[in-house]
Design a binder for this molecule. Structure first.
Ligand SMILES: NC(=O)c1ccc[n+]([C@@H]2O[C@H](COP(=O)([O-])OP(=O)(O)OC[C@H]3O[C@@H](n4cnc5c(N)ncnc54)[C@H](O)[C@@H]3O)[C@@H](O)[C@H]2O)c1
Ligand SMILES: Nc1nc(=O)c(N)c(NC[C@H](O)[C@H](O)[C@H](O)COP(=O)(O)O)[nH]1
Length: 246
């Protein structure tokens, strides 16, 4: 799907929330959590169902965000449901150069790069090759010379996010990563406010119903530095997480 021209007010609106090297003093990358939700806080109609929530003007905004990040991270539920491209089409002439590197959290190796949209775009020089996180000691189920598999210790809660971000920073020199979902990844990360630098959420004017995949952290959160943009059918909220509201 082709994009619409970027709404002219987005660069100024988003600037305070984009990766900014002066913000982080440790060696972890700048982390942006970003997704599109319905009025009833759902990000798809049901598990495994790809659902368009964003208007084309906020879809274009997502590609503008991709332009500003070194990596784009999603969970195995999203990659298997959506078969996303994860490239940046803001400038048709510079797609590969502008695209972030796809990062897939796939402990059980449900996803095969072969014949995926990411492979198709990579082979057409329209996207980057992926990094896939799998369990320590696991054999690689789908070996492929264009995939960087990274093995990590798998605890009772899965991978430790700090291990993921530190590896991406040290081994791949990533300074910024945008997290696009899905719900499991978002809900886990909302409970780690110290790791999240920005929240950029599109709210579409649609209800997706109780069978939809819900975004809702396990505890209440307070936000700060909140700013809103209002478009044709969607609004976008930018914010930072202040604290968990125990
Ligand atoms: N509207 C949006 O912006 C948006 C964005 C992305 C996905 N989606 C939708 O969300 C749905 C998928 O969401 P979901 O919650 O099923 O899947 P998900 O993409 O959040 O992936 C969940 C899986 O990722 C792995 N995982 C996540 N965190 C991990 C950790 N710390 N350690 C180890 N493994 C970890 C686990 O295998 C887990 O089962 C799809 O329907 C998709 O269309 C919507
Ligand atoms: N911003 C946004 N609005 C939506 O309505 C929607 N469904 C997603 N979903 C995010 C998810 O990761 C999708 O899979 C990618 O947005 C696919 O994007 P591309 O194939 O790379 O264009 N994101």
């Amino acid at each position: 799907m082709s994009l619409t021209p970027l709404r002219k007010e987005f660069p100024l609106f988003l600037k305070p929330y984009l990766p900014n090297e002066s913000i982080r003093t440790d060696d972890r990358p700048f982390i942006t959590l970003t997704y599109a939700q319905s009025l009833d806080s759902r990000i798809s109609k049901g598990k495994g169902i790809r659902t368009t929530i964003s208007h084309l003007e906020t879809k274009t905004m997502t590609h503008y965000l991709r332009l500003h990040h070194d990596g784009i991270l999603i969970g195995s539920g999203t990659i298997t449901a959506d078969n996303p491209g994860l490239n940046c089409k803001i400038d048709e002439e510079k797609i590969q150069m502008n695209s972030p590197r796809p990062i897939i959290i796939d402990p059980n190796q449900n996803w095969n790069f072969k014949d995926s949209k990411i492979e198709e775009l990579y082979l057409k020089n329209q996207g980057k090759s992926p990094i896939v996180f799998i369990k320590e000691n696991a054999d690689i189920k789908y070996p492929n010379e264009n995939v960087n598999y990274e093995r990590l210790k798998f605890n009772k809660d899965g991978f430790n996010w700090i291990d993921i971000f530190e590896l991406l920073s040290k081994k791949y020199q990533m300074k910024s990563i945008m997290i696009e979902g899905g719900a499991n990844v978002i809900n886990r990360l909302l409970m780690k406010p110290e790791l999240i630098d920005s929240l950029i959420i599109t709210i579409g004017s649609v209800y997706l119903g109780k069978n939809g995949v819900e975004v809702s952290p396990s505890k209440a959160l307070k936000l700060k530095d909140v700013n809103w943009w209002k478009g044709t059918t969607d609004s976008v909220m930018c914010a930072r997480i202040d604290s968990i509201d125990d």
